[in-house]
Design a protein around this ligand. Structure first.
Ligand code: C58
Length: 527
C-alpha cells in the first residue's frame, strides 16, 4: 500500500523521467476538454443528447448464466431465508450462491444436485416479466480480498429492473458498431495496481488518444458470486457517466484470460502523489477537494451506490485541477436510504469503525473515509498514524491499526482552524448515526457546515469554480504527475498460452462483456 506520510520523505520534489520508448508527439492540443462525451448534459447525471443508456446494460444480464436440465432453467441464487433442496431435501445454506432456482417453476435445489433433478419442469412457458425480475433481482456481494471478507448473506433490496429487452447496439445500426481488442491499443506503461487489477496507460492506435486501461485476470473473478462485482463495476460506470467528478467508460473487451475496462484518461495524477509533494494543503485547497468529492459521493449515494474505496489514490486531478474519482471495483449498488450491508472491505486506513465492529452499514462509511482523507490533506498525515509505531513491530500491524480506529480519540492538530477541526470531528465520529452527512439532515448538513461556507455548491458542480491548483502538464502523455514506483515496470501482459489456467475459466460467465461507448465512437470518428 502506498502511503504518502512515509513516502513523501523519500519522494524527491522532481523526478527525472525516462522518455517512453516509442513516444510519439500527439497532434492534440492537450488543453482541450477531456470530457468523455462530445456534448454537455443538461445537469450532472442527465444523459447527453443522443445517449442511449440501455447500451450499458447490454451484456450485463447476459452474464446471468442459465443451466438447463429437464426443462428447468436454473439460475444461481443466494437464499436469505431457510430453503431446502427439492432433490436431496437438505437445507441450502452457506455463503454466496448456494443454490439454484428454476426461473419458471421456482424449484429450489443445491448447485451440486441440479444436474440430478429428474422431475421435469412444471412450467415450460417462460413468463418474460418473471425472467426479467429474476435476471436482475439478485443482490450482489462484494469481491473478496485480504481486506474484504464476506459476511452473512444480506437481505438486500433488488436493484431496479433494467430497461426492457437487451438490445445490442449492433442490431440497431448494422455494421456501425465494432468491438475493440487488445491489438487496437499500444500499451504505454503501468500506472497502478490493486489486489485485483493492473492499470495501464494506453493509446488507441487509430486516434492516438490516451486512455487508462484496467486489466482484471478472469481467474480472479470466476467464483460464481464474484462475477457480480464486474457487473457492478459496469453498472457504476453507467451511473457515473456524465458526472463531472466521476471517470467515464470508453469500452470493454476481453481475451481468454482477462477483462479490460478502457477508461477516460485523467492526466493530473492522484491526490496521493500531489500530497507527497505538498506535505500539507492549505485549508482553502482541502476545502475545494473535499467539496468536489462530497458532490461525487452524494451523487452516487442518491443513485443507491456506496463507493467504499475513497482514498488519496482514487482521487484523480484533471488537467484543470478538478477531481475525478476512479475505481468502482469496491462499489455496492442497489442500496436505498436506510438500507445496510455488511461486507468487510476497504483500504485499512480508511475503514469505518462500524465495518470493523462487524455492524451493518450504509452510506456512512463513505463520509468517514472523506473525514480520513480530509484529515490527511489538512494535517499531512493519517489520523491513525502513531508516531512511535514504526519502531515497535507490535504496533505496525493491521490489527493494531484497527484497534486505533475503533478506540483512539482523534487528535486534531492545533494549527487547524476551528471550522476545519469541527468538520473533521463531524466526519470522524465513530458513531455513524451521529456522523456528519449521516443524520436527518444528511447531505444538507455537509453543505451547511461552516467549513464549507465559502463553497458555492451549484457553481462547483458545474465546474464553474476555478481549482486552487493546476497540475503542470507538458503534453498529453506527460509523466510528471505519475507515481514514480511504476515508471520502470514492464507493460507487457503475459501471453494467453498458459492453457491450464484458461481451461479452468468458464468463458460463458463473461459473455456479453464487450461494450463500446457509442458517443465516444462518434467523437473518434470526428478526429
Ligand atoms: C492512480 N492512482 S482503477 C493510478 N491508479 C489508477 N488510475 C486510474 N484508475 C484506476 N485516468 C487506478 C487503479 C484502479 C484499480 C486498481 C488500483 C489502481 C486512472 C483512471 C483514469 C487515470 C488513472 C495514479 C495515476 C493517475 C493518473 C495517471 C497516472 C497515475
Amino acid at each position: 500500500m502506498r502511503s504518502f506520510w512515509t513516502e513523501f520523505l523519500t519522494a524527491a520534489a522532481s523526478h527525472p523521467f525516462p522518455a517512453i520508448p516509442g513516444d510519439i508527439p500527439t497532434p492534440y492540443d492537450f488543453d482541450r476538454s477531456e470530457e468523455l462525451f462530445p456534448n454537455v448534459p443538461a445537469a450532472p447525471g442527465m444523459p447527453c443528447a443522443g445517449e442511449d443508456r440501455s447500451i450499458y446494460r447490454r451484456g450485463a444480464r447476459r452474464w446471468r448464466k442459465l443451466y438447463r436440465v429437464n426443462g428447468h432453467i436454473f439460475q444461481a441464487k443466494r437464499f436469505n431465508r431457510r430453503a431446502f433442496c427439492a432433490f436431496c431435501q437438505d437445507r441450502i445454506w452457506g455463503l454466496g450462491r448456494q443454490g439454484f432456482k428454476c426461473i419458471q417453476c421456482k424449484l429450489l435445489v443445491h448447485k451440486k444436485c441440479h444436474k440430478l433433478v429428474q422431475k421435469p419442469c412444471s412450467n415450460e412457458h417462460v413468463d418474460p416479466v418473471e425472467v426479467k425480475e429474476d435476471a436482475n433481482g439478485e443482490s450482489t456481494l462484494g469481491r473478496a480480498s485480504s481486506v474484504r471478507s464476506r459476511a452473512e448473506p444480506e437481505p438486500l433490496p433488488e436493484t431496479p429492473p433494467a430497461p426492457p429487452a437487451p438490445v445490442r447496439a449492433e442490431d440497431l445500426e448494422p455494421g456501425s458498431q465494432r468491438h475493440y481488442s487488445l491489438e487496437d491499443f499500444e500499451l504505454i506503461r503501468v500506472i497502478g495496481r490493486g489486489s485485483y487489477a493492473k492499470v495501464l496507460m494506453v493509446e488507441l492506435k487509430r486516434t492516438k488518444r490516451v486512455y487508462a486501461m484496467k486489466v482484471i485476470k478472469k481467474a480472479l473473478v470466476t467464483d460464481d458470486e464474484d462475477i457480480d462485482w464486474v457487473q457492478t463495476e459496469k453498472h457504476v460506470f453507467e451511473t457515473a457517466s456524465n458526472h463531472p467528478f466521476l471517470v467515464g467508460l470508453h469500452s470493454c473487451f476481453q481475451t481468454p484470460s482477462r477483462l479490460f475496462f478502457v477508461i477516460e484518461f485523467v492526466r493530473g495524477g492522484d491526490l496521493m502523489f500531489h500530497m507527497q509533494r505538498q506535505r500539507r494543503l492549505p485549508e482553502e485547497h482541502a476545502r475545494f477537494y473535499a467539496a468536489e468529492i462530497s458532490l461525487a459521493l452524494h451523487f452516487l449515494h442518491e443513485r443507491g451506490v456506496i463507493y467504499r474505496d475513497l482514498k488519496l489514490d482514487n482521487v484523480l486531478l484533471d488537467h484543470e485541477g478538478h477531481i475525478k474519482l476512479t475505481d468502482y471495483g469496491m462499489c455496492k449498488e442497489g442500496v436505498r436510504p436506510g438500507d445496510t450491508t455488511s461486507t468487510f472491505c476497504g483500504t485499512p486506513n480508511y475503514i469505518a469503525p462500524e465495518i470493523l465492529r462487524g455492524e451493518e452499514y450504509g452510506f456512512s462509511v463513505d463520509w468517514w473515509a472523506l473525514g480520513v482523507l480530509t484529515y490527511e490533506m489538512l494535517a499531512g498525515r493519517s489520523p491513525f498514524d502513531i508516531a512511535q509505531a514504526a519502531d515497535n513491530p507490535d504496533q505496525n500491524t493491521e490489527d493494531y491499526l484497527f484497534q486505533v480506529i475503533l478506540e483512539k480519540t482523534i487528535r486534531i492538530p492545533r494549527s487547524l482552524s476551528v471550522k476545519a477541526a469541527s468538520v473533521l470531528k463531524g466526519f470522524l465520529n465513530k458513531n455513524p448515526v451521529e456522523r456528519l452527512g449521516c443524520g436527518e439532515g444528511a447531505f444538507l448538513d455537509i453543505v451547511n457546515h461552516p467549513f464549507f461556507k465559502s463553497i458555492e455548491w451549484e457553481m462547483l458542480e458545474q465546474k464553474q469554480v476555478v481549482p486552487p491548483f493546476k497540475p503542470r502538464l507538458e503534453g498529453e502523455r506527460d509523466l510528471a504527475n505519475f507515481p514514480p514506483e511504476f515508471t520502470d515496470e514492464p507493460v507487457h501482459l503475459t501471453p494467453d498460452d498458459d492453457s491450464t489456467v484458461i481451461a479452468d475459466i468458464d468463458q460463458s460467465e463473461f459473455e456479453g462483456f464487450e461494450y463500446v461507448n457509442p458517443l465516444l465512437m462518434s467523437l473518434e470518428d470526428c478526429v
